[in-house]
Write a protein that binds this ligand. Sequence first.
Ligand code: GLY
Length: 562
Amino acid sequence: MKKLAFLILLAACQPKPTVQTIPETGPTGKSAMVASAHPLATKVGVQIMKDGGNAFDAAVAVKFALSVVYPQAGNIGGGGFAVFRMANGSVGALDFREKAPLAASRDMYLDEVGEFTEDLSTIGHQAVGVPGSVAGMWELHQEYGKMEWQSLVQPAIDFAFEGFSLTKNGASILNHYQDEFIEANKYTPWMINKDGWKEGMTVIQRELTATLGFIRDSGRDGFYKGIVGDQLIKEMMRGNGIITQEDLDTYEPVWRDPVVSTYKGHKIIGMPPPSSGGIALAQLLYGAEKFDLGDLSHNSSEYINLMAELEKRVYADRTIHLGDMDFYDTPQSTLLSPNYLDERFDGIAMNSMTSSIEITNGVIPLKESEQTTHFSIVDSEGNAVSITTTLNGSMGSKVMVKGAGFLLNNEMDDFSAKPGSPNMFGLLGSEANAIEPGKRMLSSMTPTIVEKEGQLRIVAGTPGGSTIITSVFQTILNVIDYDMTMQDAVNAPRAHHQWMPDMLYIEKGRLSESLINELEQIGHEINERKYIGKMDCILVRDDATLEGGSDRMRGDSYSEGF
Ligand code: GLY
């Protein structure tokens, strides 16, 4: 701890680091709030609650709306996780993660000489896991919804039928993936537009209108059975995919016990495996409290270095120990025990850097993708829902189901296809996350709820692949330790380390040159990305009003309350 005292002194003597944020407060509300990746989806959630729906009703409606207006990640062909806290303080979690098809096998992405062929797990029909989104929303609604299911799906149908106006980001992302859409599909789905997409164009999705109509009228069966189920299976056959009707028939979401930990008197409620998010976040927060991270100058070189030191060890644990606990004996209690963590973080020297173990298979840079999407909702009763959902990569496998008009995920890439070979996020994996039929692939999604003195405090989450966990971590620290508004906590520049590759990721143009130099002097190899994460969060302020914090700077995110 002497080193820590020295470091704090050093930090105090140094010029203040550049934190290029304009102080800002997000939209506020006395009663309810929605924060999501798209204004139209947020407004749907707000309207549902004004009409008498609760946070779960709003979550279902927002999720289906995103599947239309935010095709890059809002989805019915993917999966996700929900963490929730009821007004009476009880908590829960629903896992609607995709599963490996029953015909999947451990080496399905290896070529004849045993090398990992990344393309197969990222683009096209073989990359697709059995979707869980519709079953998840159905289950959540059956258990906790108040309004009629039909009225929650209808707003999405209206957007698909009448069309919605593309944002600049929405047009740009569709244009970016034109080649992949052509490569992955055996026909010409609506996203292929040789003249290019432009901001303000109206997107009408007739096939998706019909699919959502079946879901509205028949619930989960409207997706997994009948015409839509048939269309999905036919699509698989068209491109050598391996999902069968049996996979669709047997898909079930799973209720799980959230990971509950503490940070400076706050209760942190997170998602357990098959997401790594809850365990990793709890480990990081333990380390942050142990080393008084929150006493350092915000985003100083010492702060970022210490954060990276914690992150390296936590991501190394993730690589080796975490997988679907229905298939692999995840040592959750050990990973979260103080004795284990004290020993784990023991080697951290505050003012120097520990190199990650050398990798033999080269450094794969992180792709800058806005895959995955998160939304946070609080209703007037005080119920809170935190949902992160994904197709994995942006636009998933790029395969759109012919006739049914929805994109399929490429979630199979989240398995460890070959231990030691990095996936699209540069993440390594081990036996714990090897492919097995019916197994859920490990995720980084970190839908999180924070409680203070028995009261709801923060609802948080983000997309960003491997950077999800560290983005949530920093945003929580920004509120708890640095007393930021929700919007400022979301706006603040972020950094990220994931053990392998041994690189410190920072957001381009958000940290001063002198700070970058200091980090390089400590020994960090710096890698600049456009953005890290895209948060959509809600803060319950001390006066009980709600403040939305949405990443407008990093995307189209939008919060609204009343
Ligand atoms: N597909 C990204 C994740 O689940 O972490």
